[in-house]
Design a binder for this molecule. Structure first.
Ligand SMILES: [Mg+2]
Length: 353
């Protein structure tokens, strides 16, 4: 984030502005020499530096997932509120959403590789900040076995960040989206609607200096989501029958899981009252119904899972509904809210207008 005070002082004393060192100035090997040490939190068996990294896979099989963030599509460097995201934020987010997909399978992340497409004028400091954000997220979110094995650097018209993460299963089989059975409970772990409220603040004409402490915390939830990484493997061990991470909004993701399992979910909105309460003041200020954020807001990267009724839920999970059978031959909705069909299916769709 730029500091307006510094700019004014520099201009006042006629100090020529130093041009930032760009990736074009430094070249690929110079840039690698700067960022690799910053990514060296956990060592793979081999790499980075060779043509591929070598990673241990003790279970004999592993899960793998890949995700891309593109400038102005998945993130912005500066927002209508005047707030500018740092390279650290983008690095954190890239790590968090990839680690979250591994978590959702009931696995521990074992390695990550990163591919960066950078406009030649990108400041080297931004890339260093990105690397710090990525490795800090891996460490702070608790992916203690995740080695960063290297990646690729390329030149392009816009910033684009791709990361792939592998993971080792906590149980013999992964937890899929398709295993929910009628009579089970629907549970979530993590916050709901926080990232969406943060996004609404970033997108609001209300400038960032007007944000309250509470609102800055919501924006932080959007910039640096905190997927509950211990919870995926814990849910798998406790016998979760279906699981996924909440990346596109509770309603949309729950619908995907219910349809994959061939069942319906009946969600109890009274169980969401604490989530709504957290967003109340901001929703009043922005005049947006907080239920839109809680039901439709993505990017919190909590977990949605189903468990047999008798299961003692692992720490952090709370019941928000029940799994219902679909009557044979009856076309009904996959999701009910308080026993009724929801009026609007909200949720983020990458390809929606
Ligand atoms: Mg996912």
């Amino acid at each position: 984030m730029k500091s307006p005070d510094t700019t004014t002082l520099l201009e006042l004393y006629n100090v020529p502005k130093a041009e930032p060192l760009t990736v074009e100035n430094l070249g690929e090997s110079g840039l690698l020499a700067r960022i690799l040490p910053r990514l060296k939190a956990f060592d793979p068996l081999l790499g980075p530096g060779d043509d591929a990294a070598l990673i241990a896979a003790p279970g004999g099989k592993f899960v793998i997932s890949v995700d891309t963030l593109v400038e102005n599509q998945d993130f912005r460097l500066c927002w209508p509120s005047g707030f500018c995201s740092s390279g650290f934020d983008i690095g954190w987010k890239s790590a968090a959403q990839n680690l979250s997909d591994i978590n959702a399978m009931g696995a521990h992340a074992s390695s990550a590789v990163i591919s960066l497409t950078l406009p030649p004028t990108t400041p080297v400091a931004w890339v260093e900040d990105f690397a710090d954000g990525f490795s800090t997220a891996v460490r702070e979110l608790g992916a203690i076995r995740c080695a960063i094995g290297g990646g690729d650097l390329g030149r392009g018209g816009e910033l684009s960040v791709t990361a792939a993460v592998t993971g080792d299963l906590a149980t013999e089989k992964p937890v899929l989206r398709s295993g929910a059975e009628p009579g089970e409970v629907v549970a979530v772990n993590g916050v709901l609607g926080v990232a969406a409220a943060g996004l609404a603040l970033l997108d609001s004409p209300l400038t960032y200096v007007e944000w309250s402490e509470e609102e800055s915390a919501l924006v932080l939830g959007q910039r640096r989501p905190r997927p509950p990484l211990a919870a995926g493997p814990a849910a798998a061990r406790a016998g979760a029958t279906a699981m996924m991470d909440l990346s596109d909004g509770l309603l949309k993701d729950a619908q995907r899981m219910a349809m994959a399992s061939g069942v319906a979910f009946d969600l109890d909105t009274a169980e969401l009252s604490l989530d709504l309460e957290r967003l109340k003041r901001t929703s009043e200020r922005l005049q947006i119904d907080p239920l839109n954020w809680v039901l439709g807001g993505g990017e919190d990267h909590g977990l949605l899972a189903t468990f047999p009724q008798s299961t003692q839920l692992p720490v952090g999970f709370r019941v928000i509904g029940r799994v219902k059978a679909i009557e044979v031959g009856v076309m009904g909705p996959a999701i009910y809210l308080d026993g009724k069909k929801p009026d609007v299916a909200k949720g983020y769709d990458h390809f929606a207008a």
